[in-house]
Every structure is written in C-alpha cells, then in structure tokens.
Ligand binder design. Sequence first.
Ligand code: NAI
Length: 273
Amino acid sequence: MARRRFSNRIVVVTGAASGIGLAVARRFARAGATCALLDMDAVRVKACEQAFADAGHRVLGLRCDVTRRSDCEAAMQTVIERFGGIDVLFNNAGITQRSAFVETRIEVYERVMAVNFFGALYCTKAAIHSLIRRRGLIISNESIAGLAPLLGRTGYAASKHAMHGLFTSLRSEVRDRGVHVMVVCPGFIKTNLQDRALGADGTVTRHPQSRVGRQDTPECAADAIFRGAEREKDLLVLTAMGKIGYWVSRLAPAFYERRMARRFKAELERPPS
Ligand code: NAI
C-alpha cells in the first residue's frame, strides 16, 4: 500500500508548545511539512515558532485556546488563508485530572471535557471541509484511558472515551471521501501533563501520580505517530505497558479492572507531597 508523504503538506497541531504535540510537530517538520503550531500558551508557542523558523522550517505559531470555538475557527481560517489548506490535523491539546469521583467538583469534569473533547470537536469541525478537499488525515490523541477504565481519572477517561466514539465514528463517515482518521492511545509518556493535573477542587493537584512501567519520551511517541500516519493506521497503541494494558483490558476486562484498581488505589490515599 502506498504511504502518505508529508513533504510540503500543511500540518496543524493543537497543544503544540509542549510534550507530544511539540515532538510530533518537529517530526513532521523534519519530513518537510509546514507546521501550524496552536497552543493556549502564547509565549511558549511564539518561542516554538521561532525555534522552528531558526531550524529552517516553514511554520506559523498561533495562540488558540481550544475551549473557545471562535479561537479554533479563527486559527483554522488563518492557516487556510496563509497556506491554502490543511492536510493533517493533530488533535492533541489535553489536560488530565487525578481525584476521587465523590470529591470532584462538576466544574472539573466540565473543564476536562471542554479541553479534551470539545476542543478536538471544534478544531475538526473548522477544518473538515479543507481536509475533505485535500483528502487529508485527522489524528486524535487519546489514551489507554479512552479504551479502558482508570481509577482516579473518571473525568479524563470519560473525555477520552468521548473522543474515541467521535473519531472512530467520523472515520466511517469520511473514509470514502479520502480522509483517514487515526486514533493514538499512548501509555505513559514523560511530559508536563501530570504536573498540571487538576485535583478535586479544580486547582492543580499535589497528589503523587501512580504509574505502571517505564515512561517513553515524547520523541519516541512522535516517531511512532509519524510512522503510523505514513501507513494510515486506524489505531496506534504506544508504550510496552500501554500495549499490555490494551490487550489485557480487551481479553480479560474484569481481571484488568481489578489489577488496575489495586495498582492505582493507593494514589488517592497518599498525602499530597
Ligand atoms: P503537555 O502538558 O506536555 O502538553 C499539552 C499542551 O496542551 C500544552 O502545551 C498546553 O499548553 C496545551 N493546552 C492545554 N490546554 C489547552 C487549551 N485549552 N487550548 C490549547 N492548548 C492547550 O502534555 P502531553 O502529555 O504532551 O499531552 C498531549 C496529549 O497527549 C493530551 O491530550 C494527553 O491527554 C495525551 N496523552 C498523554 C499521555 C502522557 O502520559 N503524557 C498519555 C496518554 C495521552
């Protein structure tokens, strides 16, 4: 099967100023793509834009808070006007949460859904006609928590399951029109995500994080995402432990739930550091 090529393609990355988003943008830029870097952190996104330009890449950095529909629409419009269209949309901007359901304020759920689910929805809606015209690619950065339960992350898991339903269903609608949708489910990757995790009251939590297995680097995740994009994978599960978790949760869901709960339960009981 012919592989997708990304040289001179227009790649839009949300949450591009840090972690997986930044590494993925760098990987596409190295392959000759033009990257539009979108992030709510205006200072960091401009610094990233400068670094890409200094490295000789064609780039545009835009402040865009994905929870604001108007920001998403304006950003996609700007990219289309500047570069002529969108070939790849990487829906990556995201936040997480670590707190027990009984203590967690509804506002925390609203915030996590606003960034992870509605942010991806707004960006995709604003880019879809251009993606269809250019037979493009949508990448949805989800999580193992988008496929299986995760104790202490009810809001995060709900938002990622919602993304999974949206993007796998969308794939079946747009495949015949030449657009591919790839879902990415990483295990633990070493980024800033956990340092900003929301706690029960909506402020950044100080509870230590439980983790299973080794964390991969964002660069390693980016290489896998790039190769998956070239090959038009439907589902990409990342990290060794992520793959084990995925298969155990599929083949033995009750066993997975018991083991996962035992592993993560202590997290919420430990005092904040
Ligand atoms: P990160 O915290 O290093 O990067 C996230 C970026 O998103 C930041 O630059 C942040 O400013 C931006 N962002 C947050 N809210 C935003 C908003 N409202 N509008 C625009 N930008 C916003 O975290 P990381 O790990 O790179 O996360 C990227 C994605 O990967 C997230 O969707 C996360 O759920 C997913 N993921 C990460 C895993 C990990 O272990 N790091 C595991 C599974 C999934």
